[in-house]
Ligand binder design. Structure first.
Ligand code: TRP
Length: 469
């Protein structure tokens, strides 16, 4: 295959195609729905005071995230290679230069960092499958549940063991490339997850401080909003949608030419958002009814959810199933976090998928120990934003992903020719197209830059100067 077939946007894929449009939606949904929705969204919302954060987050998801997801998919499909090679190729083709490949490279790096801590949390979820099955939560109160969590997080050997198990499973799946089976699994998993969340919601409504929970989630207290709140909301939007690092681009490379990008992206964003909002509505009523601190941080869901399962009829069954499903959702996300790196490694170093997955998996596993220790041996070793894990999380979600997204949106809005864009989006000059283009050229890039400036305090400094001084 040569690069010269590039001109008409009908390059063929190096790795085959998704079996159907639904398969792509399922794969990207599998990537998007994960710990970001169930574990991270409630705890970040809790740390940032709820209401106003949630509204800003929703605005970021639909106003910035959705158009960027469309852009990222489009770049992947047009490049038809791993994110690094695709961006280099498109950069050259569209007259922007090969250096656009750095977007892909920074994505590969972000994937390493994210998966290194993601796997640690996913490990806890696996541990909770066992705890739930063993009946540890039955009739438990808040103090018991909290001490169970502290015993796990504070025990680095146990945490490392579960982290290792999760990484091994991820590497085996990625190495064997069994995406087909996963597509089917996602079809069951997402509806089942929503089903259990609805059962939990019923339980929260009946026994929790439901009204207080809903108020906390949706009643904005603008006085609590600072530059960091807005940055946290933007970072969460990128993280939960899996955008800004090439995941969606890598998956887009296997997308058939006929599939509608706006329709698929919208479906994924709506599914992802429903799971996150549901998860918040489940957690906060329990949090308030049991005197749990909403600012509890990464342990929040592990301190709150077992209280529901431990006190509802059939809780052992539902609890086990729930944590299994969350573990599975984490697996489909973890796979997508490795995909850009693996595809890049295979295409650049002419090695097998299995070998590349194992090497990359080993590096990520080793890096994960810094997050494992963040709750035990190194819990008091704090710099910049906190522990190693806090810093990996902040650096990726709040810096690397928005920066990657900024470059993606600038590329699609300003570098790529309108002809190429039309080739991919295929929605002519419709209102939808004009909205996308406006969001992509102006809203998304300006918003990301403003949020950065605001977060580092420069915006206030600039605004405080009279014009012309
Ligand atoms: N979106 C996933 C979640 O919510 C995590 C994830 C998968 C991700 N791929 C990503 C985050 C790429 C950022 C970038 O759990």
């Amino acid at each position: 295959m040569s690069d010269t077939e590039a001109g008409d946007g009908r390059r063929s894929s190096l790795h085959g195609f998704w079996s159907s449009k639904l398969a792509f939606i399922l794969a990207v949904t599998g990537s998007a729905v994960g710990l970001g929705n169930i574990w991270k969204f409630p705890y970040v919302a809790g740390e940032n005071g709820g209401g106003a954060f949630v509204l800003i987050y929703l605005l970021c998801v639909f106003g910035i995230g959705l158009p960027i997801m469309m852009s990222e998919t489009m770049l992947g499909r047009r490049g038809r290679r791993n994110p690094v090679a695709s961006m280099m190729l498109l950069g050259e083709e569209e007259g922007g230069g090969r250096w656009w490949g750095v977007v892909g490279l920074s994505g590969v790096a972000a994937g390493f960092l994210i998966l290194s801590f993601y796997s640690v949390i996913a490990g806890w979820v696996l541990a909770y499958v066992m705890q739930s099955m063993a009946g540890s939560f039955v009739a438990a109160d808040a103090a018991t549940v909290k001490s169970l969590f502290n015993a796990l997080a504070g025990n680095w050997q146990a945490t490392a063991g579960w982290h290792t198990i999760f990484m091994v499973i991820t590497v085996v799946v990625v190495a064997r490339g069994v995406e087909r089976g996963l597509e089917q699994a996602v079809t069951l998993m997402v509806p089942a997850l929503i089903g259990i969340l609805l059962i939990l919601l019923g339980f929260s409504a009946a026994t929790g401080e439901f009204e207080m929970g809903v108020r906390f989630m949706f009643e904005p207290d603008w006085s609590k909003v600072s530059g960091e709140t807005v940055l946290a909301a933007l970072g969460q939007a990128f993280f939960t949608l899996s955008i800004g690092m090439g995941c969606v681009m890598a998956y887009g490379a296997y997308l058939p030419q006929e599939t509608s990008i706006p329709a698929t992206a919208t479906a994924v964003v709506c599914a992802d958002t429903s799971v996150a909002v549901l998860s918040g509505l489940v957690i906060f009523p329990i949090v308030f009814a049991n005197g749990i601190d909403p600012m509890a941080g990464p342990g929040l869901i592990f301190e709150a959810l077992p209280l529901s399962f431990g006190n509802m009829p059939g809780g052992v069954f539902f609890g086990t199933l729930f944590f299994l499903l969350v573990g599975f959702a984490a697996l489909t996300s973890a796979i997508s976090l490795m995909e850009p790196a693996v595809a890049w490694w295979v295409e650049s170093f002419a090695t097998t998928r299995a070998r590349a997955s194992i090497i990359i998996g080993l590096i990520i596993w080793a890096l994960g120990f810094l997050s494992v220790f963040s709750f035990s041996l190194l819990a008091d070793f704090r710099f910049l934003n906190g522990t190693f894990m806090d810093n990996f999380d902040f650096l990726t979600s709040n810096v690397m992903l928005p920066l990657g997204g900024l470059l993606i949106t600038v590329f699609c809005g300003w570098v790529m020719s309108e002809n190429s864009v039309n080739d991919e989006l295929n929605i002519g000059q419709s209102a939808l197209y004009r909205t996308w283009r406006f969001l992509t050229r102006f809203v998304a890039p300006v918003a990301v830059v403003l949020v950065f400036l605001h977060a580092v305090g420069w915006l206030d400094w600039l605004m405080a100067r009279p014009i012309g001084s």
